[in-house]
Design a protein around this ligand. Structure first.
Ligand code: 3PY
Length: 251
């Protein structure tokens, strides 16, 4: 079901104590407020259970930022989708460009992760996006379509309907550069058209497509006012209530 969503991605920030404090503060700040979007916080693995334990789950969903591409066993350092689900988290961010670039996550690996996330009742927030050279050479639409096709288009309609997508142009991540509202809308509309071609209009119209990449309190309203932008995946600006709350309230 298409929803407005504002999801924070804390990345590798905050000690356990700092993370729990931030989650509690956000929970407090949202108390009594009527929101026009779902709020999610994507924390490091070690925070998941504690954060899930202190937030009002009717207001704040908890996401992992990754899960293993294996079910269980001798994979030192990995965390399975079942383990993530057992913490009380209900979402998992998959395919973030930092994981694709620094941890060599291929479309095939991501396909496995998506499968395992769904098998364990987690909602994947699946990230796609082009690097600067791909945009400058005019290949950005094909790149994004290819990422979606390679990791998601084997899913049944029923399973695809559970996915949240996030378009994050890599050139706008952590650089302070944001896609303009028009560039975001153009890509989101293209993604929705790609989904129509594969899964039909009803599923495409019901898919939430978030924008990520240096979204913040000053550009959120304009980005979210686009018809095909259903919210944001927020990096640095999710690390403090004073920066995150105005983005949530931009809806
Ligand atoms: C950013 O905005 O920096 C992000 O990568 C959000 O996931």
């Amino acid at each position: 079901m298409r929803k407005n969503i504002v999801a924070g991605n804390w990345k590798m920030n905050k000690t356990l104590q700092e993370g729990v404090t931030l989650a509690k503060d956000l929970n407090e700040a949202l108390k009594g407020k009527t929101l026009n979007c779902d709020v999610i916080i994507g924390t490091p693995f070690i925070h998941l259970a504690s954060v899930a334990g202190v937030v009002d789950k009717n207001k704040i969903g908890v996401a992992a930022q990754n899960c293993a591409d294996k079910v269980s066993g001798a994979y030192t350092g990995e965390v399975s989708a079942a383990m993530v689900a057992s913490t009380g988290a209900t979402y998992v961010i998959l395919g973030h460009s930092e994981r694709r670039a620094y941890y060599h996550e291929t479309p095939e690996i991501l396909k496995e992760k998506v499968r395992l996330a769904l098998d364990n009742g987690l909602t994947p927030i699946f990230c796609v996006g082009e690097v600067l050279e791909e945009r400058e050479s005019g290949n950005h639409f094909e790149v994004v379509k290819g990422q979606i096709r390679a990791s998601l288009f084997d899913l049944s309609s029923e399973d695809f309907a559970k996915i949240v997508l996030a378009y994050e142009p890599v050139w706008a991540i952590g650089t302070g550069k944001t896609a303009t509202a028009d560039q975001a809308q153009e890509m989101h509309a293209f993604i929705r058209k790609t989904l129509v071609e594969k899964y039909g209009k009803e599923i495409a119209d019901n898919t939430s497509i978030l924008y990520g990449g240096s979204a913040n309190a000053s550009n959120a309203k304009e980005l979210f006012s686009n018809p095909d932008v259903d919210g944001g995946l927020i990096g640095g600006a999710s690390l403090g209530v004073e920066k995150f709350l105005p983005i949530i309230e931009a809806f």
